[in-house]
Design a protein around this ligand. Structure first.
Ligand code: CMC
Length: 391
């Protein structure tokens, strides 16, 4: 073989060519298919962005309606999946439940594994886009001990998610347009981020020609970790801990800088962004606006702002180019929308779903080879076996 270069964490290794997302970490630029994240967050709807990411172009009205109809037609989840859900303890982390149920969907939709034609691929894609929001809502309902809901065909994609998550029996659920818009924006901001940990996982799992649903389930597992999507939960837990500590941000700053202490300032730093994370900028502004619109005063937001200010003035963070990332302020918004803390990463997964699908589809259409990194062996050289009684 040739020379193997060692690059732990793939800091400088490209794994594929991609036409989906452009990211300039020095300048803080993010584009989906050539459209700026700022413009999409402001003007587009989540489902349009999903279509754009997956198929490469913004849909016209007719294409969008058909896409939405196809998704709605596929939004029923087999009754037996409820039995699997039932078997989990109520205390189960929603991300584990979501990953398991997504994987389990394959058993109930065996044809989803067949993606030999683009038409078959499309069917699997609309199936998962239809069923995933149901699973997202079910993980919440399970956790809360509430009856499970199904979607309504008369609602928009994001409205439907909210309705399934929050409507209670014998009670009319009135959708608040501020809440719908806020969630739509958050999902757009999370929809893709090129070859991050979970997306690379989806591509690698899918490169073995494992089915779409299980490849996505692998991505959900990768997203769960606190260094990746799990950071949004960790941020709020950190801010709550600071609040309990009487707002002592200095103490947490010192812990984050202490190399003997494994604690990191959650929601800070990014592998690629060495300037600011453009998503964090949009989310910070949105958090202010949404809390204001909903008439909520959350002391956690003030703590977050104070912490950000301190970090941005501290040479440790400045020297290492550590800025707030997408997860720093998103939790403040999720809280305002009434979403429990351990559901935050599930909401991230809902947003990232079209990105994972788009990247998986690109990988399959490009006929990429199986993902199989090399290594540099540093273990023992050949030695003779010694029977157990002689060891
Ligand atoms: N708090 C304190 N120090 C930090 C932090 C932080 N949040 N992030 C990085 N550093 C330090 C790190 O200790 C290292 O210092 P030194 O050079 O003295 O050893 C330097 O900055 C470079 O960090 P790194 O760990 O080599 O950088 P990385 O690219 O491997 O890690 C990261 C990127 C996002 C995992 C990391 O910044 C981190 O752990 N942040 C906190 C968790 C977080 O917010 N994750 C969300 C990421 S964005 C969205 C997403 O993926 O979901």
């Amino acid at each position: 073989g040739g020379i193997i270069t060692l690059d732990p964490g793939f800091k400088n290794t490209g794994s594929c060519e991609s036409a989906i997302t452009f990211l300039d970490g020095e300048k803080g630029i993010l584009h989906y298919r050539g459209y700026s994240i700022e413009e999409l967050a402001e003007k587009a709807e989540f489902l349009e962005v999903a279509y754009l990411l997956i198929f490469g172009e913004l849909p016209n009205k007719e294409q969008l309606d058909k896409f939405h109809d196809d998704i709605k037609h596929q939004s029923v989840v087999d009754e037996d999946v409820k039995k699997i859900l039932d078997a989990f303890p109520k205390s189960a982390h929603p991300m584990g439940v979501l990953s398991s149920l997504t994987s389990a969907l394959t058993a109930f939709n065996p044809s989803s594994v067949d993606v030999r034609s683009e038409e078959a691929m499309y069917k699997s894609i609309v199936k998962i886009l239809g069923k995933f929001p149901v699973l997202v809502s079910w993980t919440l309902r399970k956790k809360m001990g509430q009856p499970l809901n199904y979607g309504s065909t008369s609602l928009g994609y994001v409205e439907n998610v909210l309705q399934m998550m929050f409507s209670q029996p014998n009670e009319e659920y009135v959708l608040n347009p501020i809440v719908v818009e806020a969630l739509d924006k958050l999902l757009i901001l999370h929809a893709d981020h090129e070859q991050n940990c979970s997306t690379s996982t989806v591509r690698i799992a899918g490169s073995s020609h494992a089915g779409l649903f299980v490849s996505l389930a692998s991505g959900i597992s990768a997203l769960w970790g606190p260094l990746h999507g799990g950071a949004n939960q960790a941020v709020i837990e950190m801010l709550e801990a600071i609040q309990k500590d009487g707002g002592d941000t200095k103490k947490y700053m010192a812990k984050a800088k202490d190399k003997e202490d494994p604690f990191r300032l959650m929601g800070f730093g990014h592998r690629v962004y060495k300037n600011f994370d453009p998503r964090a900028k949009i989310i910070k502004k949105a958090a202010d606006a949404i809390l204001n619109d909903l008439g909520i005063e959350d002391p956690i937001l003030d703590i977050a702002k104070g912490l950000e200010k301190e970090a941005l003035e501290d040479s440790y963070f400045v020297d290492r180019k550590l800025y707030p990332n997408v997860d720093f302020y998103s939790g403040v918004i999720y809280r305002a929308l009434g979403i429990p803390t351990d559901m935050f990463t599930v909401m991230f997964a809902l947003g990232r779903l079209p990105g994972w699908i788009a990247q998986w589809r690109e990988m399959r259409l490009n006929k990429e080879p199986i993902g199989r990194p090399r290594q540099i062996y540093i273990g023992k050289t050949l030695r003779p076996f010694i029977p157990v009684e002689e060891r």
